[in-house]
Design a protein around this ligand. Structure first.
Ligand SMILES: [Zn+2]
Length: 290
């Protein structure tokens, strides 16, 4: 139900914002457990993962690399942002070796994407738009759930060009088995794909990584960065890069682009793999954001 103007400003809304100008969107954050990994993959930070000599014998820090998807209910359809890791990760990832570096071993049965959707009473056939922030193995792992459902599969044009353009079965964390059987529509630049839902081009992590901005009537704006920004420690300022970066200059510039948009819209910024932040959020199926 969309609030009318006579209801007055929604609680938590931004001052001066016309309530009626914000679509009645609703966001569910689906926590899908965690991979385990050496934190150095995510954060090249002197003193933290890059050690001074006093710490040279300390063990490396392993991190619960949480993974999440976002279900956005809008008056014009239902959008799912990303698909997390697959149940068959331990065999599917073998050609890449990633199962040894990022084992998806901190996940319970109720945390897999298909379970999370089921807990919300949503079946794959209910999804109108399946948007992939990028096509890495831990974001594109469950696209197959939506095969033949009629869901429109969408990614950035530069991501598609890269992901389908290399030789062989995989390239870094892109694994063709995840996505090559499917037809993707592409977007380019920043695109308002549904009222109050904007895909933000944020390359650097991969050639076509995107973030997603969602305007909500009560919460205000939320920005989901995916891997354009892994975690709060990456965001800074100053921004701290990671071990997997396709184009470092582009990555820095995308972080600052997101920061600018976030500041102008007074947004809540939700990072791609921040375990502490995810734990602090209202998570599906018990909580949501209006
Ligand atoms: Zn990634």
């Amino acid at each position: 139900m969309r609030p009318s103007c006579s209801d007055g400003p929604a609680s938590g809304g931004r001052p001066g914002l016309e309530v009626d100008s914000v679509p009645a969107n609703k966001v569910h954050v689906l926590g899908c457990g965690a991979m385990s990994c050496d934190l150095t993959w995510l954060l090249l930070k002197p003193g933290r993962t890059i050690r001074p000599r006093a710490d040279r014998d300390k063990p490396v820090e392993w991190y619960p690399c949480t993974t999440h998807c976002v279900l956005v209910e809008t008056p014009d359809g239902m959008l799912l942002w990303d698909t997390s890791c697959p149940r068959d990760w331990e065999t599917r990832w073998v050609p890449t070796g990633l199962q040894e570096f990022f084992p998806y071993d901190q996940v319970s049965d109720e945390e897999y994407l298909d379970s999370r959707l089921g807990q919300l009473g949503v079946s794959p056939g209910d999804i109108d738009y399946l948007v992939l922030s990028h096509l890495h193995f831990d974001h594109a792992g469950n696209i197959g759930l939506f095969a033949g459902t009629g869901a429109r599969m969408i990614c950035n044009d530069k991501e598609k060009e890269f992901a389908f353009g290399y030789e062989g079965a995989f390239n870094g964390a892109h694994l063709k088995a995840d996505y090559e059987a499917y037809d993707f529509e592409t977007v380019s630049g920043d695109v308002e794909i549904l009222p109050g839902v904007t895909l933000i081009e944020a390359p650097g992590h991969t050639p076509g990584t995107m973030a997603m901005k969602v305007d909500l009537p009560e919460t205000g704006t939320m920005i989901f960065t995916s891997d354009a920004v892994y975690m709060g420690d990456s965001y800074g300022p100053p921004a701290v890069p990671a071990a997997i970066v396709n184009d470092l200059a582009a990555w820095y510039s995308s972080v600052e682009k997101i920061r600018g948009i976030a500041e102008r819209s007074d947004a809540t910024v939700v990072f791609g793999h921040d375990a502490a932040q995810l734990r602090s959020m209202r998570l599906a199926p018990n909580g949501f954001y209006l």
